[in-house]
Write a protein that binds this ligand. Structure first.
Ligand code: NAD
Length: 296
């Protein structure tokens, strides 16, 4: 079976057009827009995300500020910066890059970001809205996965969806969003590090979504033939040893083997990741609208 590739290319153009049109309208308010990212410490995995954020903001004419703190930064220093950014009308959205340094309380910092500048949809207020069925400001990765599922055109109502991973930023909000979506509404199973016999769950899945961060976790003997496979994982692995070690990015799925039996699959790179970057800007647009409404 040759699967259909769910690549970002298929939906990026449409999304870009929508975002550009929205931003053009919002510029009528006479305001400039800026995305602020906060990095604490020096995590090598963060640099790719941060450079993508900057590139994407620039593409839509949105200002971008990276506030870099050393790993000796105190909780109060970060809190003060967030508080200033919350109060600054020139700042439209705030991202707290994960992981944060060990001495910092991630939850407390996330919840100190104004809910109307919370472009990642991680503040307890926005997470709570999701629990009560409002999917208007959810983590960008979740919107990206939903958009890619929609592309398949497959009616998943009542079918089996299995999500591997239960993080606050991907797995949990994804499960809630799948349950909310009228067009999708499958029966959802969540698997995680403590799940026994992962394969017994994944084999039932009409749609399998993995967000773990383990290359090769999902192999062909774990996938139901004809299913939809969405790979959120991003892993840097060595692609060639030798004098100059080279690296490549792969997902959690053994793409080579799994793509032979499923009906739709997202590649890594080029699948969920680039759509997520656009969904972040879409969230920024939603945040700007909320801020403008608050000021009326
Ligand atoms: P996380 O570390 O917070 O969560 C990992 C999850 O995987 C946990 O729920 C854990 O219980 C589960 N897990 C770990 N080992 C497992 C195993 N052997 N079997 C089953 N479950 C297992 O990670 P996260 O922030 O949710 O990110 C997950 C992956 O998705 C990472 O590779 C990350 O880089 C990637 N990611 C991609 C995007 C994107 O837009 N494409 C966005 C965010 C994260």
């Amino acid at each position: 079976m040759k699967p259909k590739l769910l690549t970002s290319k298929v939906i990026s153009q449409q999304l870009e057009r929508e975002i550009e049109a929205e931003i053009k309208k919002l510029r009528g308010s006479g305001r400039e827009f800026k995305l602020v990212a906060i990095e604490t410490g020096d995590d090598p995995g963060s640099s790719l995300y941060l450079s993508q954020q900057k590139k994407n903001a620039g593409r839509f004419g949105i200002g971008y500020q990276l506030e870099k703190f050393s790993d000796s930064v105190s909780q109060d220093e970060v809190l003060d910066f967030i508080s200033e950014s919350n109060a600054d009308p020139g700042v439209s959205g705030i991202i707290l890059q994960r992981p944060v340094c060990r001495n910092l309380d991630l939850g407390l910092l996330q919840n100190s970001i104004s809910p109307v500048k919370d472009v990642e949809g991680v503040h307890a207020y926005n997470a709570g809205r999701l629990v009560s069925g409002d999917i208007s400001l959810v983590p960008p990765t979740v919107s990206a996965v939903l958009a890619l599922i929609e592309l398949t055109g497959v009616d998943l109502k009542g079918k089996e969806a299995v999500v591997i991973g239960h993080s606050d930023i991907v797995g949990k909000p994804l499960v809630l969003s799948l349950l909310k979506s009228k067009t999708v509404l499958p029966t959802v199973t969540v698997c995680h590090i403590a799940t026994r016999d992962l394969q017994s769950h994944t084999l039932r899945a009409d749609i399998l979504i993995t967000a773990v961060g383990k290359p090769g976790l999902v192999t062909d003997n774990m996938v139901k033939p004809g299913s939809i496979v969405i790979d959120v994982g991003i892993n840097r692995v060595v692609s060639s040893f030798g004098r100059d070690k080279a690296y490549k990015i792969v997902g959690d799925v053994d793409f080579e083997r799994v793509s032979k039996i499923c009906s739709f699959i997202t590649p890594v790179p080029g699948g969920v990741g680039p759509v997520t970057s656009l969904m972040l800007i879409k969230n920024l647009v939603k945040c700007i609208k909320l801020q403008l409404n608050n000021n009326k």
